[in-house]
Design a protein around this ligand. Structure first.
Ligand code: BTN
Length: 317
């Protein structure tokens, strides 16, 4: 109902009368009023003028389905968008929906996360209203061993989207951190539910620091606001990420992942750099020289040996 009211308010350039809305939605004028009130509670600034009706003055920069969906024009990603004001983690919400059969492309967005999580057990700082926090359910037909490819694909999609919307010039640090001037702007977490040889579903979690200032960000992080000294709309960033994810996902399903890896390399701030690897062999250094077919990082060690890093992190030297 609220979706329809919003559509009507956005379509009309001036006022839309209560009478028009009640006829359109086949509800009483007091029911219209109640819905308008609920929209206001969500942050919509709606003017009500006696004898004229309602006018939408501004929409909130929250990842509400009605906002993200506007002009989205995707077929798979975002066909269902779930918004929660506050969650522990959008990953948990998306997992629960996926277990209950949610369609591929379902997206869960939140305004704040109480326990946002990052890779390798880290915490993802998710203050209210400061970032894009979303998780996307995918149901790819691939063995679990290939899911890392989707992580790189998501990094490409998010990197292109953020750069397109803001012009910030982010690059990708292997496997999927978005960096600007060496500081972390965004991170991607891939979790899956699988049988031994078959993926049931994958949840891609994307966190992007948008409005956060120094006080809201970990020391090694940055935000779009911090970099650009202006506000960028979270809705626009999220919408572009979903669009871009759909483009890359459908392209990869159709033509394979080499095209994704080529683009990843172009956006990479890791390839060609000296890196340090931590592992059971201790700390080793070398040059990042490429990707293997599963998205592992190929590093030519100073000893001359080339090794493949498939999990964990690398440190840029
Ligand atoms: C990382 O860089 O370690 C990955 C960070 C992923 C953060 C996002 S925010 C939305 C989704 N929900 C979470 O709890 N984590 C991911």
């Amino acid at each position: 109902m609220q979706k329809k009211i919003l559509e009507a308010l956005k379509a009309g350039s001036g006022y839309v009368s209560g009478e028009q809305l009640s006829a359109l939605l086949k509800i009483s004028r007091s029911a219209v009023w109640k819905h308008i009130d609920q929209l206001r509670e969500q942050g919509y600034d709606i003017l009500a003028v006696p004898h004229l009706g309602y006018q939408l003055k501004s929409s909130p920069d929250k990842l509400l389905p009605g906002e993200v969906r506007e002009g989205l024009k995707t077929r798979i990603i975002g066909r269902e968008i779930v918004y929660r004001e506050s969650v522990m983690s959008t990953m948990d919400e998306a997992f629960a929906l996926a277990v209950n059969g949610a369609a591929e492309g379902t997206v869960v967005c939140a305004d704040v996360q109480g326990r946002g999580r990052g890779r390798m057990g880290r915490v993802w700082s998710s203050p209210q209203g400061k970032g894009v926090y979303l998780s996307v359910i995918l149901r790819p037909q691939m063995p679990p061993s290939q899911v890392a490819r989707l992580t790189l694909l998501s990094a490409v999609a998010a990197c292109e989207a953020v750069n397109r919307v803001s012009g910030v010039g982010a690059g990708i640090k292997w496997p999927n951190d978005l960096l600007v001037r060496g500081r972390k702007l965004a991170g991607i977490l891939t979790e899956l539910n699988a049988e031994f040889d078959r993926v049931r579903f994958v949840v891609i979690g994307i966190g992007i620091n948008v409005h956060g200032g120094r006080g809201h960000l970990p020391a090694v992080a940055t935000s779009l606001k911090q970099e650009l000294k202006r506000d960028v709309s979270r809705v626009e960033v999220a919408r572009e990420v979903l669009r871009s994810l759909e483009q890359w996902y459908t392209r990869a399903l159709k033509s394979g992942f080499p095209v994704v890896f080529e683009r990843w390399k172009e956006l990479s701030v890791t390839i060609g750099r000296r890196v340090s690897l931590r592992g059971p062999e201790g700390i080793r250094e070398g040059e990042a020289v490429g990707l293997d077919e599963d998205g592992g990082l190929l590093v030519r060690l100073d000893s001359g040996e080339t090794v493949k890093k498939i999990s964990g992190d690398v440190v840029l030297i």
